[in-house]
Design a protein around this ligand. Sequence first.
Ligand SMILES: Nc1ncnc2c1ncn2[C@@H]1O[C@H](COP(=O)(O)OP(=O)(O)OP(=O)(O)O)[C@@H](O)[C@H]1O
Length: 772
Amino acid sequence: MTGEPSPTDSEKSLESSREYLSPTDFERTPAKPGSLTPGDARASRAPASSDQAPPPPPPPPAQQPQHVAPVESAAPPSRQPRPPVALSRRASAAGPVDLEKELGFELGDLPAAGSGGAATTDDDPAERRRAGGSRAHSLRAAGSPRLGALTGARPPVHLTVDTSPAALHSTSGGGSAMGLPLYRSPVLAAVADGWDTEGSRRSPVPGGPAGGPAGSGGGARARMFAPAVSALARAVAGAFGSPDAIHFQVGRADLEQVEPVSLGTPMTPISAGSAGPSAIPARMDIASSLPVTPMSTKSLEKASGEAIQAVRLSWNDIVHRVVVNKSIFRRRSGEEKVILDRVSGMALPGRVLAIMGPSGGGKTSLLDAVSGRLPGIKGQVLVNGAPLPKNFRRVSSYVMQDDLMFTTLSPREQLTFAARVRLAPSLTSADIAEHVEILLDQLSLTRVADTLVGRQGARRGLSGGERKRTAIAYEMITNPSLLFLDEPTSGLDSFTAFSLLEVLKNLAREGRTIVTTIHQPSSDIFAMFDDLVLLSRGRVAYFGEAALAVDYFSKIGYECPTYTNPSDFFMKVLHSHSAEDVTRVQHITATFEEQSAPQLRQEITQQTHRPGLTLTAPQRATTWVELVALTGRSNKTFIRNPVTFWARMAQTALTALMVGALFWRIELTQSGALGRSGALFFLITSLVMSSAMSFVLTFPVERSILLREQMSEMYSTTTYYWSKFLRCVRARACVCVRRRRKMPWGGGQEERGCQSAAHTSPEARALTFSLF
Ligand SMILES: Nc1ncnc2c1ncn2[C@@H]1O[C@H](COP(=O)(O)OP(=O)(O)OP(=O)(O)O)[C@@H](O)[C@H]1O
């Protein structure tokens, strides 16, 4: 929509905003100075009253850049003139830009797009998709509707992307993609505040200081829209080839709509001419609330002593079959079920490979197969063209879907343990502490480093995202070159999932090979994948660049509808519930096998055959180091588990009292000797039983963790059992050590002049035993 809106239009916009934001979104906010209420929104259209005077408008830039296309202001007389809204690209370009044409994607669903907003093009959608690739999809699928919701809810929103070096510098520490600061960029500043625009004032958000950084409300909104905005930023960067500065606005381009709806300090307008450190808005809340910082593992490499190695993983014609319905009583052979059927593919360094498909499609089985964790498979899994080396499990890391970890330990303790048992024994405690700190910092866990992990529903500790990041940090301890992840985003909200993928993307950028299964990613997440494997019923439906998958499907007759998340589309065409679905899936997988698989196999051989590149595994800790670390962990988990601890204490005290009462003051006679042997039998039995019980109680809990750690070959199973034995013996040994002490209540032998330990009274021993 171009031209100036009438007051009626404005009213309509406000009303339409209520369709996007529930009334409570407005009403929940306490009406305090600087906060936004519907009343404020309306009042802001009226001339400001004396007691609620708006702050002075932002000073106009000293010199308007030539390229800025001013939009005529029709401000009411009571208002100060505002600087024009910039709608331009590059300093050399003049006049409004057709964003759709420039960016190669549609902004069609943005409501009331202005002159600089979305103009429809006549391009063929498939053609446009090719031009925009996955970025276009991510916007169409998720970005635009959300932005649409945003702009619909708050018509005067203008978004600004500033990619100038100054912005980059002043926003250091934020996530970045294609050279754009995604989160600390003014784009998010705009979204965080909801109203931050060029030429308008920045409104303080409820809870935040006036004119200061965005408060919680803005942060929440920003988090909500962050994926959409970052996708937009990426798309802009891609389309414009990382320019110095891009200024554009989305939604209503009309300046009069850019209404400061609440009070705040003026913000210096951002324009190509004035973009400098001072022109960049202050650091926003959204930035500090981000769970991830860009990963730089140089220090990690130094601390762990492990350099990243280029790992080219390939798999050829993997077949995995299992026998089901096998009777253990009758001689029935059972049916054979094909889990993976001639699956081929590869994962390359510096890239993130996603394995997607409907539930039961074989994603986890494939991940297990290529990570060397699935025995009995047929086919080839090669690393740099050679069979999997023996040390493969220690070279790679595998993050399981379930965050299996001790709930009574903190992230710092977990990582310290992993560093002790997985890194070179020559590392000192200070080295390990430094290494752990780096990891905690890289995965933004420093704030919760000493919080116990906890358990859902019981003693709460870390959040789902923090647990997941702890699990990744745990596996990152050796600075692995190859990382497998099984559904890392399951159970996470969209923003946390997106942040996690950013972490993975950063890890890949440093030369690692990342392979992850994922169920149904959002379009923003999907846009972050480099390569994609689509599996259905154990067969490959697609393997190749993720950005080309939609085109491939359209070529074979399955067109992804506009505004559809590609991953939703893939799930739809690949699910197989009815007979018709099965036929469709068979067609898709057979087409891939016939048309693309031979070429793929050739490419796999070319890409991954690098003979001579052998992988080195991190040095192992000594058995003694493993034993000390395992025993220490075992002691901590025992003491910190109040139920087990107190149950053990109560059980021991009760047994001691029973034994003491039964064998109270036994005489040194023939019948007394019989009683003594009975007491000894009773004590030994109870010792054995209570020790066994402690294992019975704790082992099922620890078993899955043990299996996971065994998969990664963290320590030997024998050392684990020795550590358990030692912890148990330590407590029991105390009984024996103290048995010679004089027990005034027991009528012990020392009182009677008998010095033989064998003759110490059972009741004395029992009572001593109760102390442990
Ligand atoms: N050992 C086994 N015995 C019998 N069936 C098995 C076995 N292992 C896997 N399957 C079956 O193979 C299929 C693929 O399992 P897999 O766990 O790989 O699927 P998935 O794609 O990861 O599923 P989800 O997304 O639900 O986790 C499923 O139907 C599963 O029941």
